[in-house]
Design a protein around this ligand. Structure first.
Ligand SMILES: [Mn+2]
Length: 287
């Protein structure tokens, strides 16, 4: 099928299927128009796809080969340079087109700035939003733009979506107060463990949109990201949480955002690629 706003780019290497028949439909969003510190998220989708070349499609500890799963890659969304709202509109329309053709598909967004998650959430209308992130992203506005990457969780909460956040170690007093006033639950990276995750996520209504801002991970795993912060989560801790989530909750959509860098083989993209494979493996082994 044809999409209004996507174009072909480097795609995943293993046998792909058509979006109409796929369980997972991958789309890149090469947008970094509001990045405040370290640029390069526009290269994230390509870097992640390239990093998958380094990985076996056979998931050793699951005993399944994700290359045998029905996966589509529809290329990247054509961004509107410098405009996170208009670009997120294109993300929303792309996912709406996909869901009309294939209501069972799980859209998988590769980014690109976290601002673009809003478009996916608007399209999929999940009841809950579970996010791994270093940052609360609850600002009402940042640098005079309410669709800045630092505002994405605020915009999503305003849609009435329940939120739970993990790996947090950065936010303002105002953001903490907004979270308190609006019942937004979050766990500091220092306090994170599996039980804390399950406690918060278990009561959340379905379906759940799962977002991973790559900066949730500890710095050595993800040196190239827009706003890096020391003191993050360990890789297997996040995988274990995702395994629980896909076993126990219906997943509306998934994304891996804020992967940046300029060089192929960047550790950040390698972390993201491995995470992508584990997500598809964790969902795929159940079905
Ligand atoms: Mn972040």
């Amino acid at each position: 099928m044809e999409f209004l706003y996507t174009y072909d780019t480097l795609k995943l290497e293993f046998p792909l299927t058509e979006p109409e028949n796929a369980r997972f439909v991958i789309t890149g969003v090469p947008f970094d128009g509001t990045t405040s510190f370290k640029p390069g998220a526009r290269f994230g989708p390509t870097l992640i796809r390239h990093a998958t070349l380094n990985l076996e499609s056979y998931i050793l500890d699951y005993g399944i080969d994700i290359a045998e799963l029905p996966i589509a890659d529809i290329g990247d969304v054509a961004v509107v340079a410098g405009d996170p709202r208009k670009t997120a509109d294109r993300v929303r329309e792309t996912i709406e087109e996909l869901k009309r053709a294939n209501p069972d598909a799980i859209p998988v967004l590769l980014g690109g700035e976290h601002s673009q998650t809003l478009g996916a959430v608007e399209a999929l209308k999940p009841a809950s939003y579970v996010v791994f992130d270093a940052h609360l992203d609850l600002r009402d506005s940042y640098e005079d733009n309410s669709y800045n990457h630092a505002c994405v969780a605020r915009r999503i909460s305003e849609l009435g979506v329940k939120e739970a956040m993990f790996g947090i170690r950065s936010g303002t007093k105002d953001e903490v107060e907004y979270a308190e006033e609006n019942g937004i639950m979050w766990v500091h990276a220092r306090d994170y463990d599996f039980d804390a995750f399950v406690d918060l996520v278990k009561p959340l209504p379905e379906p759940v949109y799962l977002s991973v801002d790559i900066d949730a991970f500890d710095l050595p795993l993800v040196p190239s990201t827009g706003t890096p912060e020391a003191g993050g989560l360990r890789f297997w801790d996040v995988i274990e949480a995702i395994e629980w989530l896909v076993e126990n909750k219906r997943i509306a959509g998934f994304d891996i955002m804020e992967v940046a860098g300029e060089n192929l083989g960047d550790p950040t993209a390698l972390t993201a690629a491995k995470l992508l494979f584990y997500f598809m493996g964790a969902v795929g082994r159940r079905t």
